[in-house]
Design a protein around this ligand. Structure first.
Ligand code: ZN
Ligand code: ZN
Length: 358
């Protein structure tokens, strides 16, 4: 089969690799029907995630069709359409028993496209299939579902739920990339009074409006604190989320929150940020961080199935898998290309393994 292989910092190629096979009785093999690229994949390609070894197939977000299932798999079978979660879960370790699958100690957690071969391929082996895949309801498209592999549960759990967004809240979201947009979409489920989206790119702020932001602020031209003050009686935001992953955007989120408010950090950080404890010790703030657990994925699948949320406007570019290298270029230059999420589907020349259900 073909797959997108990491060859060390700055080097990747769409190339021939051996087909994956069932290694454990809890594995399934999934034929990938739709796959996307994550900002985390760009971090890996920069060399920021040294645990990823050269030769690794990248990717941790996909939907597909089960083609083979190990003897111990009970809940999915060949022919089933499934969402492949970015988080795998052994289901039995201390963290899994607690629903904290992201911290799995039994060989799960974020492993796909990180510690084992990932989803940017024609086929992928998914470990602990009963706990790591979700069946796709009839009538729900691959495009709708693929956003639930990572960005929707990440924004919902690490941003909206950790920030305890409540009816009537003023919610400030720093960063209107895919994660910030998904945070807007899922914060709206709780009827906040105002969602204020903050970014430096007008194209992203336009997208934020489409996803339901009530107010957008270009922080290169306007002071976000003044805008938040105007809708919060000068108190500050009830919840100020960080959805970028830079020191300055984290510090900005802390500046925007009211005393007693919450600052959930969703961004992936690569450098230290300054926490002004000398200013905030008196403010009763709750600051949270986290890796997604995907415990909310079944809820999100129902919300999409019931058309309560629509994730498809997130997809700005579509490619076939033989254009994978071009898709990376377009996604990697999001500032110029306006890319939010790129979607890849199989090329017609895909090597066929239909019917080889073992
Ligand atoms: Zn991701
Ligand atoms: Zn576990």
């Amino acid at each position: 089969m073909k797959a997108l292989v990491y060859h060390g910092p700055g080097r990747r190629s769409w190339q021939d690799v051996p087909d994956p096979v069932i290694e454990q009785p809890t594995d399934v093999i999934v034929r990938v029907d739709a796959v996307t690229i994550c900002g985390t994949d760009l971090h890996i390609l920069k060399g920021d995630v040294p645990e990823v070894e050269p030769g690794r197939i990248l990717g941790h977000e996909a939907v597909g069709t089960v083609t083979a299932a190990g003897a111990a798999v009970r809940t999915v079978a060949p022919g089933d359409r499934v969402l492949v979660s970015c988080i795998s879960a052994c289901g039995t370790c201390r963290y899994c028993r607690d629903g904290s699958y992201g911290q799995c100690l039994g060989g799960g957690g974020w492993v796909l496209g990180h510690l084992i071969d990932g989803t940017q391929a024609e086929y992928v082996r998914v470990p602990f299939a009963d706990n790591s895949t979700h069946r796709i309801p009839d009538g729900v498209t691959d495009e709708q579902m693929v956003m639930l592999a990572d960005i929707l549960p990440t924004s919902y759990e690490v941003g909206v739920l950790a920030g305890a967004v409540a009816p009537g809240d003023v919610v400030a979201i720093v960063g209107a990339g895919p994660i910030g947009l998904a945070a807007i979409l899922t914060a709206k489920l709780f009827s906040p009074s105002h969602v204020v989206a903050i970014d430096v790119a007008d194209s992203r702020l336009e997208a934020a409006r489409k996803f339901g932001a009530d107010i957008v602020v270009n922080s290169s031209r306007e002071d976000p604190r003044a805008v938040v003050d105007a809708v919060s009686g000068d108190l500050g935001a009830d919840v100020a989320m960080e959805a970028v992953g830079l020191p300055e955007t984290f510090e900005q989120a802390v500046c925007l929150v009211r005393p007693g408010g919450r600052v959930p950090n969703i961004g992936v950080h690569g450098a230290p940020a300054t926490l002004h404890l000398e200013q905030i010790w008196i403010k009763n703030l709750t600051i949270t961080t986290g890796l997604v657990d995907t415990h909310s994925t079944p809820t999100l699948v129902r919300l999409v199935g019931n058309e309560q949320i629509d994730t498809t406007p997130m997809i700005t570019h579509r490619f076939t898998m033989d254009e994978f290298e071009r898709a990376y270029d377009v996604f990697g230059r999001a500032g110029e290309t306006g890319a939010l999420k790129v979607l890849l589907t199989p090329s017609t020349s895909r090597s066929s393994r239909e019917g080889t259900r073992t």
